[in-house]
Design a protein around this ligand. Sequence first.
Ligand code: SF4
Length: 484
Amino acid sequence: MSFKTTCPYCGVGCGIDISRSGSTLKLTGDKASPVNQGMLCIKGQTLLETVGTDEDRLLYPSIGSWEKAVHTIRDNFLTTPKSEIALYVSGQMLMEDLYVAKKFADAFGIKNIESNSRLCMYSTVEANKRAYGADIVPVSYNDIYLAETIFIIGSNTADCHPIVFNHIKKSKAFVVCVDVYETTTAKRSDLFIKVKAGQDMTLIDDLVNQPWFKDKKTLSIYSQGLTQSTDATDKVNALINAHIYTGNINKPGCGVLSLTGQSNAMGGRELGIRTADLTATEFFSTEQIKTLWVMATNPAHSMINYRQFDTLIVSDFTKTLTTEDADIILPACSWSEKTGHQKNSERRYLKQNAFLPPAGESKPDWEIICLVAKSLGLKGFEYQSAAEIWHEMDVDQHWSAQVKVPEIPVEIKSTNRNYENSINNGRLLTQWHGMSRTQKSKTLNEMTKQNPDTVSIHHITNAELFKDKEVELDRYSRQPCFKG
Ligand code: SF4
């Protein structure tokens, strides 16, 4: 018996074949997938080492039973002003989960619903809206093979989106990499340009004068090095402007591609998961929120201003730093136990298919939200399957390799910044995000090597690391970054 599914890690969206022979499972890259054509990076290849149960797997509601947990949440939601309740969801959740979370927030009147994409993608969303009038990613992985120059800025693609980098290396394009230190991507590019932190605006402005940019069919690729920086929205718009000024847009092999870090970060953007009140950062930096429901993310590790709440509810598949603080823990299904859709960096809808039964009493995120919604007397949450939700969503799954966008430059207000000292972080090829899944893989742990030029900070929370730093919000997207 065999199943097709999709990798749950990064936004590349690699297709996977799972075959079963007796009780033995085998995992390979899906050769028929237009995304990865059978290729998988080491994280995808070792996914089966992370499924099943271990001592950290959450199997039962922490306060006795589902009935008791749901009633306790219901009582809390009914006695807490709605402006003091927030839902903090994640790019790990599938389209169906996010759709139901948003439907629940709208039906119950919760204005504070945000995704952890607030920390990485919201500046890109804002930049796309300013440039194109909507959050459009106009290009696709196809353009990698049609470009003459691939300009990579603020992205260690080789380690963080390895299969996209495999495509880049298979193409004939001249590869230029800009970063603040010599990453794996920089080492494997044709030209590496090192910039100081905060000094990349001049370089972006000068692209219109570079023969390898202006005289070639150029595809630009970026990720968090651009978007998790001060003035992030302006930087993305400056890059799009450079494409408009040089005619490197709306043509095969030309345009700007943002690489999403999480498997369904693009899906959350598509569904418009966005606060009508406080941003996710402000859930933590103000005292307004008293009850926080965290789903499939680990803010105790990642949120720069993490704090305690009167009531913290956490749905997740495994123990994390955040579950240590939780008043109520709800066991959610893991990747291998979930069915639904995700949307990758190039806008393709991809399917995850469950190939194992839910561990213990765990449930898919959509079902957990429906239990709470129904206990609050809300109608329209009687779904029996993810397929029923997908049917209701009525998503247009048409995909095209390029999307035509307006060519009107946006005014840029930001300039370079000077920092005496700066902290730059990066990721490893063999681990992913807060490691809540990848650290379950023996192979990945054995392969994880400390670069002698770097300091490992995976065990330090962002709240600790940045405790003396001043947080600044990007002026357009309100995405958080640090001063100095
Ligand atoms: S590149 Fe990303 S989606 Fe593909 S196998 Fe690796 S982690 Fe999974």
